[in-house]
Ligand binder design. Sequence first.
Ligand code: FDA
Length: 307
Amino acid sequence: MLGPLILAASRSDKMRRFVSAAPGTKQVVARFIAGETVDQVVPIIRDLADKGLELTLDVVGEDITTVEQSYAARDAYLELIARLKELELGERAEMSVKLSMFGQSLEGGHELALANVRPVVEAAAAIGTTVTLDAEDHTTLDSMFAIHEELRKDFPQTGCVIQAYLYRTEDDARRLAAAGSRVRIVKGAYKEPAEVAIQDKAEIDKAYVRILKILMDGEGYPMIGSHDPRLISIGQELARRAGRKLDEYEFQMLYGIRGEEHLRLAAEGHRMRVYTAYGTDWYGYFMRRLAEKPANLLFFARSILTK
Ligand code: FDA
């Protein structure tokens, strides 16, 4: 019950102001957000890489309202790439981007987002790494997939995300499970209507397994985005049945969630990539993490009340 309410609150400016100003917020946010600036995140990137983990970096932000903000988002990624170049991690540190932050929802947004994301993908390729396009709410996906297809003409390693809760996703997975593609499968984190998305958690898990099987049996590179222990072991089994070697798929989890599991999978020889978010505009990202696990909300409420 709480999850959908928190997701509704994630779109409210009033709640954004309340949560951002609440005492104790910073301490809880720090669990999920690795820092506010690129200088703060660099030591964390080094530390995770030293532990044998890989990264996908996300400069948080979405739902922008001006073209200037979309340029600022592009520039924040270019600044990050300049720092990644010094770290020489190559594809061990890639990036995740939300096209809404690149202007997708503004007037002429499809072209604007493509124009903003292209130099980021180019700069990433120049240092031997790549970009994955995150999946946002269902109304944005046709544009996201079209931008993905366009970018792949010059940068075939550009990845994208598909969400198991959407009815459309099995078809998307079949289309995307082709040689050279990189596809992250996740359950889905947005509040979606019943016309487009499965609402029952157990049914979403079943859809996840069906879609993951399509990816594993296909010719692309599946990226298993989940913290769910059952899905992780099913993923290992599907990979084994499909005859995939350990470097022919990977696991991905979010920074701050099940850290011991990141290390366990890496120690078993798996490629384990940590989605590491940083930046100042953390509100939407943070609220989705609260919605995924209502116990986080209790922890958050307690930290406000005890300040
Ligand atoms: P589930 O929610 O069932 O969680 C399994 C277990 O993991 C829980 O029991 C708990 O122990 C732990 N856990 C999960 N979430 C937690 C949290 N917030 N706090 C504390 N513990 C938690 N979504 C999307 O719509 N578009 C996208 O582009 C992405 N990108 C993305 C990248 C990566 C690398 C990951 C891991 C996830 C995403 N997501 C996403 C989010 C995804 O859709 C989903 O909401 C979360 O991963 C939670 O689902 P799980 O599969 O982890 O299972």
